[in-house]
Design a protein around this ligand. Structure first.
Ligand code: GTR
Length: 342
């Protein structure tokens, strides 16, 4: 009886996976492999969820990753990238990945913080001085170890992508910390973000990315915060024209796979996926740098008023209690981040 139930539940689980459109495993080799050494290896068709549009630099990184996986596996492992949140907003996509219903996702570590406490560290303000500083930490032993820590949350981190730096933007003119006080600002849903906004005297309004445009338009919020590429591609600049550059966060983008999927793969296929994810990174950074510059130029050309914060000290002072609050949780990582400063 017991084994009957086991067979039955395995059958339903497999059915559910196929019904979701992903993870169709067969033992048939693709036509171009017939007769080759790969002939007896399984083939897979996986899905990768991405919140940004098709031409956005994280999506280009996802596509490069998929291309490399296909190349390295002789076409056995196919990954379809679904841009523009077609498979759901980030929080929902992560939940699906935890269940194994979606195999891959590229998300912000800001969103991951709601699922894995370690990832909250990246939402802490002003911890990275520059893009180079961030990459020197991410590429080091502690940065790479953090990718592995996702395994306790039923996911496996494969690589980081460049996230740029986040700054504020509002509907009304804002050129200083004083102006920002009392404003309702949308943030990615996590506890650290709410604490930062409280410390700055701002009213934090967590909500899904896809809802921000209409919330700005209807005045539910006064502003939001993001990097230039997101500010541009989401068209938020059309409804919130004042961009205040304080670069409070660099929240790494993460490419990850469901543990349910990872654990089914052979060591050879796991290696292919890990290598492809790492090899896609330099390309993603290059695309990021290009798009970041272009989006800054385009929003300015469209009439956005950009103010650069000259003196960050009052901002850093204001959020110091937030760093102090989280130091007991993230002390070791914060030390490693300090050390990665060149
Ligand atoms: C972007 C990030 C997205 C999403 C978005 C947001 O910078 O690339 O993954 O997290 O921010 O603010 O929700």
């Amino acid at each position: 009886m017991k084994s009957y139930l086991k067979v039955l539940s395995t059958f339903f689980l497999a059915g559910a996976l196929v019904a979701c459109g992903g993870n169709q495993e067969t033992n048939q080799a693709p036509a171009n492999n017939a007769g080759s050494a790969d002939a007896n290896k399984p083939t897979y068709s996986f899905r990768l969820a991405e919140t940004h549009p098709a031409d956005y630099p994280t999506t280009l990184g996802d596509k490069k990753f998929a291309e490399l996986v296909s190349e390295k596996s002789g076409g056995r492992i196919k990954i379809d990238v679904f841009p523009s949140a077609q498979l759901g907003e980030e929080k929902a996509a992560i939940e699906q990945v935890q269940l194994g219903a979606i195999e891959f996702v590229r998300v912000s570590s800001g969103a991951l913080a709601g699922f894995n406490k370690d990832y909250g560290v990246f939402s802490l303000p002003y911890i990275f001085d520059s893009q180079d500083h961030m990459w020197s930490f991410l590429n080091g032993a502690d940065g790479q170890k953090l990718l592995e820590s996702l395994e306790s949350s039923k996911m496996k981190g494969l690589s980081y992508f460049d996230p740029g730096s986040r700054s504020f933007y509002t509907k009304d003119p804002v050129t200083s910390l004083e102006d920002l006080k009392g404003k309702k600002i949308r943030v990615i849903q996590n506890e650290v973000n709410v604490d930062i906004m409280n410390a700055l005297g701002v009213s934090a309004t967590p909500m899904a990315y896809g809802e921000v445009f209409s919330a700005l338009q209807t005045g539910v919020i006064d502003g939001a915060e993001n990097n230039y590429p997101s500010y541009f591609s989401s068209r938020h600049y059309e409804v919130a024209k004042h961009y205040l550059v304080d670069q409070h966060q660099r929240v790494p983008e993460v490419l990850l796979i469901s543990s349910a999927t990872w654990n089914k793969l052979s060591p050879e296929d796991q290696q292919i996926i890990k290598d492809a994810a790492m090899e896609a990174v330099p390309y993603q950074i290059e695309e990021w740098n290009k798009y970041e510059k272009e989006s800054e130029e385009k929003v300015v050309a469209a009439g956005s008023v950009v103010t650069k914060v000259e003196d960050l000290k009052p901002w850093q002072e204001a959020v110091k209690p937030v760093i102090d609050k989280y130091r007991p949780d993230y002390g070791h990582i914060l030390d490693a981040i300090d050390k990665a400063r060149k």
